[in-house]
Design a protein around this ligand. Sequence first.
Ligand SMILES: C[S@@+](CC[C@H](N)C(=O)[O-])C[C@H]1O[C@@H](n2cnc3c(N)ncnc32)[C@H](O)[C@@H]1O
Length: 283
Amino acid sequence: MDGGHEPTEYDKDWDWYGALIDERKDSSDWMVIREARESHWRELVRLPAGGQVLDAGCGNGDYTRLALRDGAKVWAFDLSEEMVAATGRRLSAAGLQAEELQVASVLQIPYPDASFDVVLCFAVIDHVPDELRPAAVGELVRVLRPGGTLYINTPNKYAYTWRAGHWLMRRLGRFPEGKIRWLSPGELQALCTDAGCRVGRSLGLELFPPFSGIYTSDLQRLTILPEPLIRLLDRWYLRLERRLRRYDLLKPLCFHYFLEATRPETGDPVSSTRLGSAQTGDV
Ligand SMILES: C[S@@+](CC[C@H](N)C(=O)[O-])C[C@H]1O[C@@H](n2cnc3c(N)ncnc32)[C@H](O)[C@@H]1O
């Protein structure tokens, strides 16, 4: 499906990534990132008991799994067939089951208006072309019930420590140009308010890369340290990262900037065909 735009090389990349993910994401190498993400989930996301949740752009299902584990009914989709397959495999392995898992686009969400209590859209709208991004956020809000909550994030333009790490990896030929699109916290907020939402809490994640090494685009950790030292550094990192990312001054410098946005009880969301003003570019 084209989901309203022709898939670019950037979009197609995800099939390759989906095939890689099974072996990498459950490895001990990835433990530190996995644990940081689980702890931010517990801090940020509030699911109503037995609520209906949509994981839009579920990737390999990290957040689908967390929502199911927390007792929600979950529907999930992704533009990449490989990613959807990876989510299916990983849910089965964990003994969990989504209500529905399918290939679809955030630009054309295959559910009626006001279907969900909570919509999750993590690290996805940065993959949508600039001019279509407001329409994608409009779609996410359309399928949210009045009073429902959208949790959304993108890589953060002001994550200087990570951007320096990626610059270094590009120089070493380990990270392709244009692999990540960055939005500022203000741009993400404007996308949500332009779509008719009230912006609530925010949370940063991963203020700086783990001390144990930096990760390449194929999820390998580049490090020269021995395993016992890596484990020790990872434990320190997790404790420090959790504390520092909460400070208001540091939050806007984290790699990921998360927002909670609520669809008001009254009033229509902005139509997904009306394009807003917040646009960004590749960096
Ligand atoms: C960085 S991954 C994030 C996956 C997952 N949400 C997570 O945080 O682990 C980005 C995902 O967005 C998906 N994606 C890109 N464009 C999309 C679109 N227009 N509609 C739905 N999914 C899309 C990709 O296939 C990929 O799985």
